[in-house]
Design a binder for this molecule. Structure first.
Ligand SMILES: Nc1ncnc2c1ncn2[C@@H]1O[C@H](COP(=O)(O)OP(=O)(O)OP(=O)(O)O)[C@@H](O)[C@H]1O
Length: 310
């Protein structure tokens, strides 16, 4: 049986008249890494804050580790780690002092050296927090979130402001924690981050979940793309599983069967001794799906019109 750690049923959260989260439902299993994605204002932070017990639900049911995060806060809190979008540090304290204070508030904490090594801040222990770079500050927040070896970890945009090397280091830390059985709920605006890390994603828009599943399954809802440049006068082949779009000398096929359509195209080009300049073929990405959803209109409007419709 699935070991469900986070349960959300029909969650709604309003601020006055405005409904920021409009009846979402989720199940997240132990050891799973789940990413909440969505445009600015889609309701991700609100959702994660309700799960953290920082805000009450307006209606619906929420359980973390089988407990109500608001009513059972004292039981849930020691078993969860929280990295907020904007943590509050006292800038004059050193990194070591900051960790020591948090250690004194944490049940069974890791040692200061352990946790700072984990996030690669071991050599910054005696630096005042206000002197850390933005990315180092985020890593310190991550260290504090994982100090108590949480069973559930909430990460709200954990890698914002990090350079690519820090981001990858953070991904490694998150993967290690997940391997150890930690359940992770993450929000991010970096689609690549979700594609690399997440077992499952949910894309939110306007307070609702509009797509959910494993990244590869969500991506499969959109066709792959084959594109190249060819002078407009050349005849073009029909590919059996693809719609063709032509924009000047740029030709794009949206294909539901990339391998067979690409094979057909290359056979055609070879037989006719045609060189396909700037040829590229790639499956859709999570970013494509995200942009498609964010744009809120269908594929034929978003891309160039299919040739047949002209
Ligand atoms: N305390 C509040 N009072 C009133 N409205 C709020 C409050 N907090 C959030 N909102 C509104 O609720 C909506 C959802 O906000 P939320 O922060 O959950 O979105 P988000 O998906 O996390 O966005 P972002 O990607 O920009 O962080 C937004 O329209 C926001 O303006």
């Amino acid at each position: 049986m699935d070991d469900v750690v986070i349960e959300v049923d029909g969650l709604r959260r309003s601020y006055g008249e405005f409904e920021a989260v409009r009846g979402i439902s989720l199940r997240i299993r132990r050891g799973e890494l789940f990413a909440l994605l969505g445009t600015n204002g889609a309701g991700k932070t609100t959702t994660i804050e309700v799960l953290e017990g920082l805000q009450p639900a307006t209606s619906g049911r929420v359980r973390v580790l089988g407990l109500d995060p608001v009513r059972d806060r004292n039981s849930v809190r020691p078993r969860t780690g929280v990295m907020l979008q904007h943590g509050g540090f006292t800038g004059a304290l050193t990194v070591r002092e900051t960790v020591e204070i948090w250690r004194s508030l944490t049940v069974r904490p890791q040692t200061t050296a352990e946790v700072l090594d984990l996030v690669d801040l071991g050599d910054r222990m005696n630096v005042a927090v206000e002197q850390l770079s933005g990315g180092e500050g985020r890593r310190l927040e991550l260290a504090l979130a994982v100090l108590g070896r949480p069973e559930v970890l909430f990460l709200d945009e954990p890698t914002t402001g990090m350079d690519p090397a820090s981001r990858r280091r953070t991904w490694d830390v998150v993967r290690e924690l997940q391997k150890g059985g930690t359940t992770v709920l993450l929000t991010t605006h970096y689609l690549e981050e979700a594609e690399v890390l997440a077992d499952r994603v949910a894309i939110m828009r306007g307070g609702s979940i509009v797509a959910t599943g494993a990244p590869e399954d969500v991506v499969r809802t959109l066709p792959a793309r084959i594109s190249f440049r060819l002078p407009a006068t050349d005849a073009l082949p029909d590919l059996p599983h693809a719609a063709r779009m032509v924009d000047g000398d740029r030709v794009t096929y949206e294909s539901r069967q990339l391998q067979s359509d690409l094979t057909r195209l290359l056979e055609w080009a070879n037989a006719a001794d045609i060189r396909l300049a700037s040829l590229s073929a790639r499956p859709a990405t999570l970013e494509d799906v995200f942009l498609d959803i964010a744009a809120d209109h269908d594929l034929t409007d978003q891309h160039a019109e299919p040739e047949a419709a002209r």
